[in-house]
Write a protein that binds this ligand. Structure first.
Ligand code: BES
Ligand code: ZN
Ligand code: ZN
Length: 510
């Protein structure tokens, strides 16, 4: 197995420490507010005179205006190098502005700045300082596993010191540590997504999960392989994956499984490559369909974030892994299949495959007595048409729960936008002439909504009780946000690792 994970490198080549000392090591990073024409007094500690006047000159001349996400590098001075970082106006400044500024600073770092940095804040609370560090850590990622690197290019480890007051240091350290753990989860999700599809296929994903779990006493991974999936009646997963030589599987993560009571259950769409199957996609940009396992990557990354931050509650994650290929033995448009739920599905388009694998994942989730179920999927091009790359589509059978997820997204600056789950869409997806459901809407309108309405048919009732209440469920369509989001400041290119932070926040703040 070729290892296509870079995150071990990406995350570990920068150490962020917290210090109450006045010393400045290496390049000084100064996050500043707009309208400041002179270095604030509380910031001056330990600053050499020459450096001070150099900074004051660019501030008073208006050469650096400290607009949001702006940076300016001062490297000619005799007393050392400086990076000025803009936070925008101090009025109403948010942790998001600090996070973005940290990311912008990281992106601006060049070889000349060396490997040591000291960050000196003015008028910033602990949460804001930690967010700045979080931004630096999140942006500290590149996927170069497949590039040749000569020794000269190999960078040394960066040391970043955040300076704060004595009484802030303990709290700041703890927060930075938490964000370090969460960032590992985000970077793992990105690594999984960025990995090329010849090296990332269902069995590889399963092996990685298996190997990963060995590092944690409190996580178990179960792999349901192809033969077992057939035996268990996972007709959706099997229908999608059977046309590939890389056979499908379901990978189930259980964290703190001995904790009593209900628990969150996360479900991921994991199509390691989506050709469309017999309903073959057009050629343009088909390479991007390597990201079609983004839902499973989100779920795996979230488990990593939770494990790294020592989460003590029970959490279950189910990833539905398959490669959607056209082949002599592939599912045809017109086939009728039956999955775990026992409901039949008329497959009218083999490119609407995500909902087929998820139908089994969602039904399976019911076995774990879920407090709630959330599925993540790069499910529809229609969702990208509706929301562009700026927001994830969010549907739920519970309005309060949908609001809670929307707010968790807002708390970490990952927008998930409410979308309608309407009876009319459900009707559209259940009026097949020959089966219980159909995997394609009647027309092309509202395609993201009809997909969500289809999924709802496979969300079980509590204890699978026919007359019982449906389990609280939300669906997040990340087709526009898992990659290609050019305005996401935490990401240069490739997979974004979106919603690892949202769901970590949701689960750990309940
Ligand atoms: N993986 C795609 C959705 C997708 C397309 C995500 C483009 C991101 C960018 C999904 O499996 C798919 O092909 N969906 C079809 C559904 C249709 C056949 C009902 C789509 O969106 O066209
Ligand atoms: Zn598809
Ligand atoms: Zn797909």
């Amino acid at each position: 197995m070729k290892c296509c994970l870079a995150y071990g490198v990406a995350g570990d080549n920068m150490e962020i420490t917290v210090s109450a000392s006045d010393n400045i090591n290496g390049t000084l990073i100064l996050p500043m507010y707009e309208g400041v024409e002179e270095i604030p007094e509380e910031c001056e500690r330990g600053l050499p005179q020459g450096m001070k006047s150099q900074i004051n000159r660019v501030l008073s001349d208006g050469d650096f205006k400290a607009k949001k996400k702006a940076t300016m590098s001062l490297i000619g001075g005799e007393d050392g190098k400086v990076i000025l970082a803009g936070l925008g106006k101090s009025d109403g400044v948010s942790v998001h502005d600090f996070r973005k500024s940290g990311a912008a600073v990281f992106a601006s770092i060049k070889k000349v700045h060396g490997n040591d940095f000291t960050v000196r804040f003015t008028e910033a609370g602990v949460a804001h300082m930690a967010a700045f560090a979080e931004g630096m850590m999140l942006r500290n990622y590149s996927y170069d596993e497949y590039k040749m690197k000569d020794d000269e290019e190999t960078e040394g480890e960066k040391q970043v010191r955040l300076t704060c007051s004595e009484k802030e240091s303990e709290e700041l350290s703890a927060l930075v540590n938490k964000y370090r753990g969460i960032t590992k989860g985000v970077h793992l999700s990105r690594d999984l997504g960025n990995c090329p599809p010849n090296d990332m296929y269902p069995e590889v994903f399963a092996d990685m999960a298996w190997e990963w779990a060995k590092d944690f006493d409190n996580v178990d991974v179960t792999i349901i392989n192809y033969e077992q999936a057939i035996k268990a009646g996972m007709g959706g997963l099997v229908a999608v994956g059977k046309g590939s030589s890389r056979k499908p599987c379901m990978v189930i993560f259980e964290m703190n499984k001995n904790v009593k009571g209900r628990c969150p259950v996360l479900v991921g769409k994991g199509i390691t490559f989506d050709t469309g199957g017999i309903s073959l996609k057009p050629g343009a940009n088909m390479d991007e369909m390597k990201y079609d396992m983004g839902g499973s990557a989100t779920v795996f990354g979230t488990m990593e974030a939770l494990a790294q931050t020592g989460h003590e509650g029970k959490v279950v994650a189910i990833t539905c892994m398959a490669e959607n290929m056209p082949a002599a033995n592939a599912t045809r448009p017109g086939d009728v299949i039956k999955g775990l739920s026992g409901k039949t599905i008329e497959v009218l388009n083999t490119d609407a495959e995500g909902r087929l694998v998820l139908s089994d994942g969602l039904w399976k989730a019911g076995e774990y007595d879920p407090e709630f179920i959330i599925d993540f999927a790069t499910l529809t091009g229609a969702c990208v048409v509706a929301l562009g790359h700026e927001a994830t589509g969010l549907w739920s059978n519970d309005d309060d729960f949908r609001t809670e997820i929307h707010e968790a997204g807002n708390a970490v600056d990952e927008l998930a936008w409410p979308m309608p789950l309407l009876p009319a869409f459900e009707k559209e997806m259940t009026d097949s002439k020959i089966a219980d459901t159909r995997n394609l809407g009647a027309g092309r309108w509202g395609g993201a909504n009809t997909a969500a309405a289809f999924l709802k048919q496979f969300v079980p009732n509590r204890n699978y009780d026919k007359d019982g209440e449906q389990i609280t469920w939300a669906h997040m369509d990340i087709a526009g946000t898992y990659w290609g989001a050019k305005t996401n400041s935490m990401v240069k290119n490739g997979a974004t690792g979106i919603h690892v932070r949202t769901i970590h926040h949701l689960i750990t703040n309940r």
